[in-house]
Write a protein that binds this ligand. Structure first.
Ligand SMILES: [Zn+2]
Length: 500
């Protein structure tokens, strides 16, 4: 037996012993976000929520496949875990850092093995601090699980990074009379499950980044309709919007019209449903592009209706959601393009051309302003939502448009969203596609506008704007486009609230 075993061993290629999966997916800005060693295909999140006490209990089933031989792997999560099973076997687990759970299965995990990970848990999300704050928001009538980049940790265990997208079933049991909004479609109407409690079910059939999964629990009026492309539209408005109620509706009810227009610019809408949710005043201070159903702070509508924020968040359905960031350094691919969509809407509606907006923004910030020291292509982790990522980010997009011309530019937008649909992308890949489509070397434009910590001078690429800027300078004034105040207010709100 001993001899035979030796022969077998000698004939087996050398294999590394199973090792722990990495605690991060490999993002230089957030080294311990996401995890290594496995790839998730689906999350089945089944939770019960008690408004008032803010207690969340539940079970999340994760379908995944190992990408390495693993002695253990990590999940990102902050609530109390009460049990974890891996392929039916009870696993042991331990906390590491502020959001890592190290899971050790009783049997070794081999590369390519399918994993069914069932995690049971409970907690009071509003009492948990991680990454220096609490992303979960308890409200007077429920809760909001909405945030970027952090939010998943407070309500379901995950491989929390846009690079590992998955499909989702989200099912929430709440007291009768409470509404639950989430992503995608409702595969069935809410239904009574146990006396006094109703289960809401939501399904996302297209792959989604973990931070884009959301819940809004509370008192909402839900407005259902059918979009011009035949899709289900579900908009929802907090019943506590007060003075913001009508201006919020006059904006968010235009979602399907905005999406229809954006399809003409960016290509076919990438998801299965459309909509928006306006949450109560003084709960969250931002808007977020949750997949298929963006959420808006009521305060965006304090100056009256504002389609620009609706244009911005829905542009993210292509730039940010369908094509997500490969790493968080690439945030310009989200915010630069969602902001530029507002410039295009302004152009479309006769409230100022992109040329005029470029000129106005360019002249707004003097060369001495710290605004120019943040590089949109590499803003640094504390600055991923800095105004420069939005405003200089949009200026950068405009410079690319001027450099390659309208035909190549609009072909590029559609080619990018088609090539990377349901996936991720980075700036280098975008530049390569822009160069392939235009036949131009664009190094100078990308370096100048995305990677230089100072105010660029306007060269050949900016000739058109330089001409109009010169005309403005001669007149001693740069005319303010009609859309500027609304666009600027949106960006100030977005940047101020999300940067922390
Ligand atoms: Zn945005």
């Amino acid at each position: 037996m001993t001899a035979a075993l030796a022969v077998v061993l000698a004939g087996t290629p050398a294999q590394a012993a199973p090792a722990p999966g990495a605690p991060g997916i490999g993002d230089s800005y957030f080294p311990d976000y996401g995890n290594g060693g496995y790839d998730v295909s689906h999350y089945d999140i089944r939770v019960r929520y008690y408004p008032g006490s803010d207690v969340l209990t539940g079970t999340t089933t994760i379908l995944a496949r190992a990408t390495e031989d693993l002695s253990s792997f990590n999940l990102d999560f902050v609530l109390n875990v009460t049990s974890i099973k891996v392929n039916g076997w009870t696993a042991t687990y331990a906390r590491q850092g502020d959001h890592e759970v190290v899971v050790t299965a009783p049997r070794p995990i081999t590369r390519n093995q399918y994993l069914t990970i069932v995690v049971q848990y409970e907690g009071v999300p509003s009492e948990v601090v991680a990454a220096g704050y609490t992303a979960w928001t308890k409200t007077a009538d429920g809760a909001l699980a909405i945030g970027q980049p952090e939010i998943a940790w407070w309500w379901y265990p995950s491989n929390d990074h846009p690079r590992d997208k998955a499909t989702f079933d989200i099912s929430v049991l709440v007291p009768d009379g409470v509404e639950v909004l989430s992503n995608g479609v409702m595969p069935r109407a809410p239904r009574a499950e146990i006396p006094g409690w109703t289960r809401w079910s939501w399904r996302s059939a297209r792959p989604m980044a973990t931070y884009l999964a959301f819940m809004a629990i509370g008192q909402y009026e839900i407005v259902q309709d059918v979009a011009p492309n035949g899709q289900q539209v579900i908009n929802a408005y907090s019943e506590n919007l007060g003075e913001f109620a009508e201006s919020a509706r006059a904006s968010v009810q235009r979602t399907s019209e905005v999406v229809d227009w954006e399809q003409g610019v960016f290509g076919p809408y990438p998801f299965e449903a459309q909509g928006g949710v306006v949450v109560a005043p003084q709960t969250i201070g931002f808007a977020l592009e949750n997949q298929t159903r963006s959420t808006y702070a009521a305060e965006f509508f304090r100056r009256g209706s504002d389609p620009y924020v609706v244009v911005h968040e829905n542009a993210h359905q292509w730039f940010g959601d369908s094509v997500a960031v490969d790493t968080w350094q690439n945030i310009w691919l989200n915010e630069g393009f969602a902001s530029y969509a507002e410039w295009l809407w302004s152009e479309e509606t006769g409230e100022g051309t992109a040329d005029e907006l470029f000129e106005f923004y360019y002249n707004l910030y003097p060369a001495t302003s710290s605004f120019w020291t943040v590089k949109p292509g590499d803003p640094g982790p504390p600055n991923i939502f800095h105004p420069a990522v939005y405003d200089r980010g949009a200026m950068a997009v405009h410079q690319i448009r001027l450099a390659i011309g309208d035909n190549a530019f609009f072909a590029l937008l559609k080619a990018w969203t088609a090539a990377r649909k349901d996936s991720v992308g980075n700036i280098a890949q975008f530049q390569a596609l822009a160069e392939a489509i235009s036949g131009r070397d664009l190094d100078a434009v990308f370096t100048t506008w995305l990677y230089t910590p100072s105010k660029p001078t306007l060269g050949l690429a900016g000739a058109a704007s330089a001409r109009s800027a010169a005309a403005g300078a001669r007149a001693g004034v740069t005319a303010e486009p009609k859309s500027y105040q609304k666009i600027n207010a949106v960006h100030q709100d977005l940047a101020a609230a999300k940067g922390r």
